[in-house]
Design a protein around this ligand. Structure first.
Ligand SMILES: [Cu+2]
Length: 147
């Protein structure tokens, strides 16, 4: 029984590794990260570059992680008079066109982490499950750093 569990665990690990680095995966995610913030800060954000090497348009639909009470896809926008605000992306998804990319970065598109469950200390690694319209689920690890 123990042995069976071991092989099951091994299989699952292999499956996750393949999902993350699969050679024919049309979507590549580079440099997922989040900014350091103390546990008392209620919210945080994650950034990354989404690259679509495939022939079909795709879109980031949602992100899930145990590190946040709730996750939304957000964009920054100009409220006027030099004041920036943020809001959920209009279509609810972040488009990643075929042969193109989408950059999530400070001051722009971001994965909003509401109700942080942990301290975002430098060096902390946070697993994220990204769900794409076509490419399906993808596991990445965001690293917390200063900028
Ligand atoms: Cu936000």
């Amino acid at each position: 029984m123990k042995k069976a569990l071991f092989f099951l665990a091994l299989f699952l690990l292999t499956a996750v590794a393949c999902t993350a680095s699969g050679g024919d995966d049309p979507i590549t995610v580079t440099d997922p990260w989040g900014r350091t913030s103390p546990a008392v800060a209620e919210n945080g954000a994650f950034y990354m570059m989404l690259i679509n090497n495939g022939d079909n348009d795709d879109a980031l639909v949602s992100v899930a992680t145990d590190a946040c009470g709730m996750v939304e896809l957000h964009e920054m926008y100009d409220k006027g008079e030099g004041v920036m605000g943020m809001r959920p992306v209009e279509s609810g998804t972040i488009p990643v066109p075929a042969g193109g990319s989408a950059e999530l970065k400070p001051g722009g598109l971001h994965v909003m982490c509401m109700g942080k469950q942990i301290d975002f200390a430098a060096g902390t690694e946070i697993p994220l499950t990204l769900t794409f319209d076509n490419a399906g689920e993808m596991e990445v690890t965001a690293v917390i750093r200063d900028n």
